[in-house]
Write a protein that binds this ligand. Structure first.
Ligand code: BES
Ligand code: MN
Ligand code: ZN
Length: 535
């Protein structure tokens, strides 16, 4: 699927288009746009020394104002401008507070002070946030030096990660924005005590930032561009990272008996896809003779646009439903991250990609479909489509790959937003160990999770008069009954379900996430793998 309207390539994009023309190739717009990739901040680590020009970021601990060597040196070089500014702004290094000084002297164009609170207690997450706050205040500078000499190498790398995450921007479709309206920040140099250590710490973090950006790109794409087939193609292109990628179309899925997923796809002119991404990074012996190793599995809801189908949604805000593929977007970003940092683990990522449309061929309320698992479903509301897609993908994953565990992500219910708002994602698990691990990494990464219950009393509400179950219940507790529905398709495997409806998209900037697609779950699950499932 190619974008067939005029598109003026800019910057690196234009250069690539030029080369393709020179090589006599027909440069399709899709290739150009996708190959460009998202903007990545150029991060360098250098030995601690006061810069003579440009912008400088100071990380200032609470109660230690002007005690750092570099800060004292700078204050002297600016005839006390720094300490006077801190006093005037009542800046004391409190976590999250900032103080900006323009042309303070000593040749510097701008000094940005960011409070980090109590230095001894600084966590990775807080270091990222400090980096993010600094980056937000540096957008008019082309480059900046970040004084992080007092921090450990891994915290200094975390500061860089926060800055890089904050610099994300989805501007593929802006063609008239003037250069002076665009953010300029392209490069940071982080001053550290131990260079080699900081550089090594940055390598896996950079891979994670790339995975997050890939996920944010997919979720930000408009629904006329990111159809199921287009998203499958973008998954396929991840083979360049060493992933093995299989794409299944309607023919293959019909043969397998994916009646639930195909029922959702029926109304759309765009064909559905299922993609299976394999990352074999463990040291376990491979090949026919080797004992089969159980992979860990991640499954994503990928509804590239959810109109509700015949049970159509109201017009106001329907455009938000372009991000109804965010669960799949997270799985793709996660798989790219694992491959990018060569994680020592065997993992698979499966995404069910469909568009939910009303039409003369669309599924009707009242239809009964037969799922891959053999269980039949009465579709009483065509807008409860995510669970139908997940039902087939989860059941297929459980029987075909015998995974150690399955974790699914889905923008599944409005009811989850009513429960937890836009701060925490809700999760459900049939296993306390996995639930505890998830809660722990959620606290560490700041991608917050709150556990919700699973119980027979909720499951009972799915009883249908005509089939094995119906796809909706009453409104009370309907995020929970949706999870119960999905649980019927996990084949007794260890499983967790993350309902990310409230957290996949943000209407405001936060320290490390500009407003828009959040890529919620990429960092959470990457950390889960790193902390608990790597050799
Ligand atoms: N994709 C929606 C859920 C959603 C709503 C996500 C708002 C993000 C923001 C899902 O497919 C849906 O329509 N769910 C219905 C289920 C209902 C018909 C049982 C809902 O939550 O209203
Ligand atoms: Mn829906
Ligand atoms: Zn949906």
């Amino acid at each position: 699927m190619f974008i067939r309207y005029p598109y003026r390539p800019q910057g690196r994009c234009a250069k690539l288009a030029g080369w393709l023309v020179k090589w006599g190739k027909t440069a399709t717009v899709r290739e150009i746009a996708f190959n460009r990739g998202p903007f990545m901040l150029d991060v360098n680590f250098v030995k601690s020394a006061l810069p003579k020009s440009g912008a400088l970021v100071l990380l200032v601990a609470e109660g230690e104002t002007l005690t750092g060597d570099l800060l004292v040196e700078l204050d002297a070089a600016t005839d006390g401008t720094i300490s006077r500014s801190f006093a005037a702004a009542e800046f004391k290094g409190k976590a999250g507070s900032t103080c900006v000084m323009l042309a303070p002297g000593a040749g510097l164009s701008r000094v940005v002070a960011v409070g980090i609170g109590k230095a001894e207690a600084l966590t990775h997450r807080e270091a990222e946030e400090a980096g993010g706050h600094a980056a937000a205040l540096l957008m008019r500078e082309a480059s900046a030096t970040v004084a992080a000499g007092g921090l450990s190498a891994s915290l200094a790398a975390a500061v860089a990660m926060g800055a890089a995450l904050r610099c994300y921007r989805f501007d593929r479709y802006r063609t008239t924005e003037k250069a002076d309206e665009k953010p300029k920040l392209a490069k940071i140099s982080v001053l550290v005590a131990s260079l080699a250590e900081a550089k090594a710490a940055w390598v896996p973090l950079k891979a994670t930032v790339s995975g997050v950006f890939l996920s944010r790109d997919l979720v930000s794409e408009p629904p006329n561009v990111l159809t199921p087939a287009e998203m499958a193609e973008r998954c396929k292109s991840l083979e360049s990272l060493g992933l093995k990628v299989e794409v299944l179309g309607p023919k293959e899925m019909t043969k397998l008996g994916f009646g639930a997923l195909l029922g959702v796809a029926m109304g759309s002119a765009c064909e559905p896809r299922m993609v299976v991404m394999h990352w074999n990074g463990s040291d376990a012996p491979k090949g026919k003779k080797a004992a089969k190793s159980q992979p860990i599995a991640f499954i994503g809801k990928g509804v590239t646009f959810d109109t509700g189908g015949i049970s159509i949604k109201p017009a106001a805000g329907m455009e938000d439903m372009k991000w109804d593929m965010a669960g799949a977007g997270t799985v793709v970003g996660l798989m790219a991250t694992l491959a990018g940092r060569k994680a020592k683990v065997d993992a698979i990522g499966l995404v069910g990609l469909v568009e939910n449309m009303p039409s003369g061929t669309a599924q009707r309320p009242g239809d009964v479909v037969k799922s891959y698992s053999g269980q039949t479903i009465e579709v009483l509301n065509t807008d409860a489509e995510g669970r139908l897609v997940l039902a087939d993908v989860l059941a297929y994953c459980a029987t075909k790959y015998d995974p150690k565990f399955m974790i699914d992500l889905a923008t599944l219910t409005g009811a989850m937003i009513v429960s937890l708002g836009h701060e925490y994602a809700g999760y459900f698990a049939n296993d306390d160990t996995l639930a505890t691990q998830l809660f722990g990494v959620a606290e560490e990464t700041g991608e917050k999770l709150w556990r919700m219950p699973l119980a027979d009393c909720y499951d009972k509400q799915l009883k249908s008069e005509i089939a094995d179950m119906k796809n909706i219940t009453g409104r009370p507790g309907s995020a929970i009954t949706a999870a119960q529905f999905i649980q019927r398709f996990v084949g007794g495997k260890t499983w967790a379900h993350l309902d990310i409806a409230g957290v996949a998209w943000s209407s405001k900037d936060t320290a490390t996430i500009p407003k828009g697609a959040t890529a919620y779950g990429v960092r959470l699950l990457d950390r889960l793998v790193a902390s608990h499932y790597e050799a």
